[in-house]
Design a protein around this ligand. Structure first.
Ligand code: 3HC
Ligand code: NAI
Length: 699
């Protein structure tokens, strides 16, 4: 059982004790009802306090239990809360730190609530594609008013207890405690007094209505519907709160429960729950224990003040860590620093940053032309030109001057981190830190683990990533790491689709409708088509067997590199970013088909989506087989945070699970028969074949 029962003179205290956040799993629910039975049976006990041990009152229902029989096994949360309501002895919730989801619902089922300041209060179920399923949509409006409650339920955002305590007429807290340390004692005292009082108050008996009734809910539905296009839960939250104002309590409670169970099985909720778990699991590296000692990072050196160096520096400045940028020439430094200043100024203009914060951040920035000035840095990140020879020079110099124990990182996007590490006499201190552009904005950080990278270096970089608010995913060394290795297969498919009869705009539209932020051709125009061209040229000898559509090379031969040259797969008007279908490109593709003797065919949007997404899935499976990623959730995190994969689909591997790996593998076998495609690529990865044979999924 994960709840403790103790009697303090005449008051029983039930303490939820299910680390890390007292999730209300089966054994905790049993612990509560057992405690309640003991307290009811003990004549000496006049009142009951419920609280949570450690860092939370309760983070809500145990998410890890969802989908398992335990989640619905009796006593379920609803019946626990009903039992609390029915108690003839007063029950006081002693809330502190975190009271969320089912945890808050549990507290609202108690007769009274004493709360510590600084407690994060939320009904965040909507962020998991759900609605509160244990009376939250009925009780919160009764305690805080319909509008405040609906805002909290629809956004899922946490609000601090002291803010809520200021709402006139709020009934959520009967008393604010002096601190989290005293909340239980104060609740015991409160409970003792309550035991001397009369009838026990029940939240269900409070009135619940909105003065504008239908008009208010029509307005709310309009607002919420507009903001939550691909997610069913937010509108269901509006329905449930409206029902709370119109239906009898128990009828509305039943309705809420039914909707909760229905939402639980939607692909959107499954995806969002997967994302919640995968995000947290990404920071765990199988052979690097969580207690691995970390190196202290108090100062950072950045080499190169170009596109990436500037953005990378901003991450550390934002976190209050001093940065020293090294460049080859003063002009390059001036340009880089001016860009950083310009980015911060823009944030101030938009009201996202205060001027004094900007000044603080810029004061942490210094520059140099001399490597010796980096000798005290704890971490040095290289972001110079993508040429092995240039990296060699830089790392040899770093090896000369960096202090022992300094971490030496490369932001390379394609080069071999093991070769880079070998330029030094301390390969154990070398790691890849692959930021994505714009580096101050994009959440993803691929941490590239070289064959000699020390465990404490990895642990340090993963912890540092959290500090600079990045989602870090560990990748082994291979061409393109996780993200770019997969995107190459996706891009190749996009090219073949053009050869066979699709247009860039059809491909982009189909995949954008699927939910990608940007299709492959608009993305190419944004990033610069010349980058892929250079990579293909480099690979022409290394991977001569790799088949590509020649359209992209022909486009680059015309100098159509994308937005930066005013023309790419699309045409662009000066100063604008709107992608206009290009007659030049249409002609180029047409001519290319004639040269290759291809008769174009009509291609469905469904085929486009399947070929692009399943290409990611197959390569993702190879990445798992090769041990480049340690779990499929890591691959999903890379795609959700770095490549604009639709969040509500949970990433390519989770999406494949939902489609069914059998269906995915059958489609791959079909694509393998297409003579214009790459038959060998479309052999389903062995891992997929094995999972299909065993009736399993990517886990
Ligand atoms: N159930 C199970 N485990 C949970 C959990 C929950 N509800 N909430 C958090 N955890 C786990 C995390 O998985 C993580 O585990 P790990 O250490 O093994 O990776 C650990 O707690 C710590 O989580 P965080 O890293 O997120 O820690 P923070 O201190 O940053 O945040 C938190 C704590 C605010 C509680 C945050 O974890 C959170 O927002 N949790 C989700 C809360 C939530 O959505 N609750 C609603 C659940 S659904 C529900 O209650 C249904 C009901 O209406 C019937
Ligand atoms: P960039 O060309 O904008 O900047 C490179 C900077 O490095 C220039 O300012 C140059 O003066 C400086 N530099 C070159 N050699 C140097 C040396 N020996 N010592 C000091 N400074 C030197 O290049 P960008 O785009 O910033 O790329 C840098 C690195 O980041 C490359 O390895 C690239 O592959 C990688 N990368 C780039 C991404 C992008 O979208 N641009 C994304 C992720 C990684």
């Amino acid at each position: 059982m994960t709840a403790e029962y103790k009697v303090h003179d005449d008051v029983a205290v039930i303490t939820l004790d299910n680390p890390p956040v007292n999730g209300l799993g089966l054994s905790t629910r049993v612990g509560i009802t057992d405690g309640l039975s003991q307290a009811s049976a003990d004549e000496k006990v006049v009142a009951i306090v419920i609280t949570g041990a450690g860092r939370a009152f309760s983070g809500g229902a145990d998410i890890k239990e969802f989908g398992s029989p335990k989640a619905v096994q009796d006593p379920n949360l609803l019946s626990v809360i009903l039992a609390l309501e029915k108690s003839s002895k007063p029950i006081v919730a002693a809330m502190h730190s975190v009271a969320m989801g089912g945890g808050l619902e549990l507290a609202m089922g108690c007769h009274y609530r004493v709360c510590a300041p600084g407690t994060s209060i939320a009904l965040p179920e909507v962020k998991l594609g759900l609605l509160p399923g244990a009376g939250g949509t009925l009780r919160l409006p009764r305690l805080l008013g319909v509008e405040t409650a609906l805002n909290m339920i629809v956004s899922g955002e946490a609000v601090k207890s002291e803010m809520l305590a200021q709402i006139p007429g709020q009934k959520l807290f009967d008393k604010m405690a002096a601190s989290a340390d005293t909340v239980v004692d104060e609740a015991i005292e409160f409970a003792r007094l309550a035991a001397k009082g009369g009838e026990l108050p029940l939240v269900r008996d409070l009135p619940c209505r909105h003065p504008q009734g239908d008009a208010y809910f029509a307005f709310a539905r309009n607002m919420v519907g507009g903001m939550s296009k691909n997610y069913p839960a937010p509108l269901k939250c509006v329905d449930a709160v409206e029902a709370a104002t119109k239906m009898k309590f128990d009828d509305a409670l039943l309705e809420e429960r039914k909707t909760f169970m229905a939402l639980m099985f939607t692909p959107e909720s499954q995806a969002l729950r997967h994302l919640f778990m995968a995000e947290r699991a990404a920071s765990r590296i199988p052979d690097v224990p969580e207690d691995t000692p970390k190196r202290e990072i108090k100062s950072v050196g950045v080499i190169g003040a170009g596109t990436m160096g500037g953005g990378i520096s901003m991450n550390f400045l934002n976190a209050g860590i001093p940065v020293k940028i090294l460049e080859m020439k003063q002009e390059a430094i001036d340009r880089g620093v001016a860009t950083i200043q310009k980015n911060y100024d823009a944030q101030v203009k938009k009201g996202k940053l205060k001027q004094d914060k900007l000044d603080e951040r810029m004061a942490l920035l210094s520059t140099t032309l001399d490597y010796a000035d980096l000798k005290d840095c704890d971490l040095i990140i290289e972001a110079v030109f993508e040429e092995l020879g240039v990296k060699e020079k830089v790392f040899k110099q770093l090896d000369e001057i960096a202090k022992p124990g300094a971490i030496l990182a490369s932001n390379t996007s394609t080069l071999d981190v093991d070769k880079i590490a070998a330029f030094t006499k301390r390969p154990q201190d070398v790691v890849g830190m692959h930021f994505f552009s714009p580096a101050n904005v994009m959440k993803l950080l691929e941490v590239v683990r070289g064959k000699e990278t020390a465990k404490d270096v990895l642990a340090t970089v993963m912890a540092l990533a959290k500090k600079i608010k990045k989602t870090a995913v560990v990748s082994g060394v291979c061409d393109g790491f996780i993200g770019n290795r997969m995107i190459e297969q996706y891009s190749r498919q996009a090219g073949f689709l053009l050869d066979e009869g699709a247009t860039p705009q059809q491909v982009d539209k189909a995949i954008e409708k699927f939910g990608f932020a940007m299709g492959p051709f608009r993305m190419g125009d944004l990033a610069g088509n010349d980058i892929g061209w250079a990579i293909r040229k480099r690979r022409a000898t290394e991977r001569a067997d790799m088949k590509y559509s020649k359209t992209a090379d022909k486009l680059c031969e015309l100098g159509r590199f994308g937005q930066k040259t005013g023309a790419g797969w699309y045409d662009y008007q000066p100063g604008k970013r709107d992608a206009i279908p290009s007659p030049v490109v249409a002609e180029l593709i047409e001519k290319h088909r004639q040269d290759e003797g291809i008769t174009p065919r009509k291609i469905s949007d469904e085929e486009i989506v399947q070929r692009l997404v399943y290409a990611l899935v197959n390569e993702g499976a190879h990445i798992l087989e090769d041990g480049i990623a340690s779990k499929s959730g890591d691959i999903d995190m890379v795609y959700l945070t770095g490549y604009g994969f639709p969040i509500w689909r949970g990433g390519p591997m989770q999406y494949a699970n939902q489609v069914g790996l059998y269906n995915v593998s059958e489609a791959m076998k079909r694509f393998a028969k297409n003579p214009r495609d790459d038959a060998s690529f479309w052999q389903p990865a062995e891992l997929i074949q094995k999972l299909v044979a065993e009736g399993k999924q990517f886990s």
